[in-house]
Design a binder for this molecule. Structure first.
Ligand code: 4NP
Length: 146
């Protein structure tokens, strides 16, 4: 699960995804394309909306996406078009590019939807992001668990 800072959206996506997949079969992680919040805990507002919904994401720490992630993971889900650009720019070859998907595309094919960056907005933006990611990860988990 990849966003820009790995403190708002992708930590929520990681927590949700991990809660929905068989942990003996899947490795779930998240990263940011920028690395500017490296080592930081998720944003307080992401921790709060997760906690309100029964998920603890407080132990996650932000890290930067690295080229080795294209070997370690079969699927890389990004939040928006800008993340898609940055992530595919780092991909070493076409097989790696093919692993990159926008996280809402499986639930809403051909609609080109983005998960909006909630960082500069208020708390309601985080509720909205949580709802979008809850639905997106339901659809992804169902497909992957199959
Ligand atoms: P995220 O949100 O990509 O969902 O983690 C952001 C966090 C920090 C910044 C931008 C987006 N920032 O500019 O510091």
């Amino acid at each position: 699960m990849v966003c820009l800072g790995n403190i708002c959206r992708s930590p929520l996506a990681e927590g949700l995804m991990r809660s929905k997949l068989n942990f003996t079969k899947f490795t779930v992680d998240s990263a940011g394309t920028s690395g500017s919040h490296r080592g930081e805990q998720p944003d307080k507002r992401s921790i709060a909306v997760a906690s309100k919904n029964g998920l603890d994401i407080s132990t996650q720490a932000s890290r930067k996406l690295v080229v080795e992630d294209f070997d370690r993971f079969d699927y890389i889900f990004v939040m928006d078009d800008s993340n898609y650009e940055d992530t595919t720019s780092l991909a070493p070859n076409d097989d790696a590019i093919a692993k990159v998907h926008k996280v809402l595309d499986w639930a809403f094919p051909n609609e080109g939807l983005n998960v909006p960056d909630p960082y500069y907005g208020g708390k309601s933006g985080f509720d909205q992001v949580y709802k979008m990611l809850d639905h997106a990860t339901d659809v992804i988990a169902q497909k992957l668990n199959e």
